[in-house]
Write a protein that binds this ligand. Structure first.
Ligand SMILES: NC(=O)c1ccc[n+]([C@@H]2O[C@H](COP(=O)([O-])OP(=O)(O)OC[C@H]3O[C@@H](n4cnc5c(N)ncnc54)[C@H](O)[C@@H]3O)[C@@H](O)[C@H]2O)c1
Length: 305
């Protein structure tokens, strides 16, 4: 429970930043300032009830408790150069980037150190939509928020950030930076790459009109995320190269095995893989149902193949 109502500056009022602003205001747990490199966006955010106050020029803001950098991962360094004057009094500096190692690196390069008030974070919630118009007050409700505190991060900063994210319904967990980037490469980055690639391959077929016209639920479910923001995903792959390449190569090798099974009519292998996969997906469905009921992350039982 927050003792007082902190002031929160959200820089980047797109899907994630605007959803967070809206949710914090809805929960009544923060006074929200908003800034964006697109000059019209903060005004729109004010009209949509996403923020309490527009910050047109960051240099004019004198003091704030919490700063959330909700911009594409490669934009973190440029944001940091604009908020230097606020850092001496800030209680928490955080971000929402889908990759954590690259964010930590930029903070260290620009600030020359990893300050105690810096606590990186990543909400495991999102959508294929982007921009301030996509703000969703319930986006983080019953979703995980991963904090990746650093050895230097102060317990007080972690605590305040945990309370803020909890106040918008998130289930806050902690993980180390490297593990985060590996896990997310497998569960989020690889699926996005596959969806982008499949849609691109099919769209370049000469009969693509037929393909899209007759495509049904399976295609729709598998490819929904291919409508995600290209800039954001460009940044993710270029800043999480090692982990994404590692899992991509493993996947390519497993896919080649399936290709060989089809070529050699190895039905046994196909069935074995499909059964194994179905059982894992059924377990995942149960996890989703439990999370929907509000079961906390730590109470969910492990999967045993
Ligand atoms: N979209 C998702 O599903 C999702 C989920 C979890 C985390 N994230 C992470 O959240 C961050 C934001 O993603 P999003 O989906 O909200 O993107 P978005 O495109 O919807 O919004 C980004 C906003 O940041 C602004 N911006 C960009 N560079 C800026 C700069 N230098 N200074 C100030 N404003 C700047 C843009 O104008 C835009 O309004 C990314 O780091 C992404 O990795 C996204």
């Amino acid at each position: 429970m927050l003792d007082s109502k902190p002031s929160v500056l959200i820089i980047g009022l797109g899907l994630i930043g605007a959803s967070l602003g809206k949710a914090l205001r809805h929960a009544g747990t923060a006074f929200v300032y908003g800034s964006d490199q697109q000059s019209n966006v903060p005004e729109v955010a004010l009209t949509f009830g996403v923020i309490d106050e527009v910050v047109e020029n960051l240099a004019n803001l004198k003091e704030v408790d919490v700063i959330v950098m909700a911009v594409p991962v490669k934009a973190i360094a440029s944001v940091l150069t604009n908020i230097n004057h606020l850092l001496p009094t800030v209680k928490v500096l955080t971000d929402v980037g889908s990759v954590k190692g690259a964010v930590v690196k930029q903070v260290e390069e620009v600030l020359g150190e990893l300050p105690a008030y810096f606590v990186p974070g990543h909400p495991i919630a999102g959508a294929e939509k982007s921009g301030v118009g996509a703000a969703n007050v319930e986006l983080f409700d019953k979703h995980l928020h991963i904090l990746t505190p650093l050895p230097q991060s102060s317990p007080a900063a972690v605590d305040l950030l945990t309370q803020l994210w909890s106040s918008v319904g998130a289930d806050v967990v902690t993980m180390d930076v490297e593990r985060h980037d590996e896990v997310l490469a497998a569960t989020s980055h690889l699926p996005h790459l596959l969806a982008f690639s499949l849609v691109d391959t099919l769209a370049r077929e000469s009969d693509n009109r037929e393909i899209f016209r007759y495509a049904a639920g399976g295609f729709r479910d598998f490819t929904r995320i291919a409508a995600s923001d290209p800039t954001m995903w460009h940044d993710v792959f270029l800043t999480n190269q090692d982990a994404t390449l590692k899992i991509l190569r493993k996947f390519q090798s497993d896919l080649a095995m399936l290709e060989h099974a089809i070529e050699t009519s190895d039905g046994e292998l196909l069935k074995t893989v499909f059964h194994r996969s179905k059982s894992a997906r059924d377990y995942f469905t149960q996890v989703l149902e439990q999370r929907e009921k509000g079961v906390s992350f730590s109470a969910i039982t492990d999967y045993t193949p």
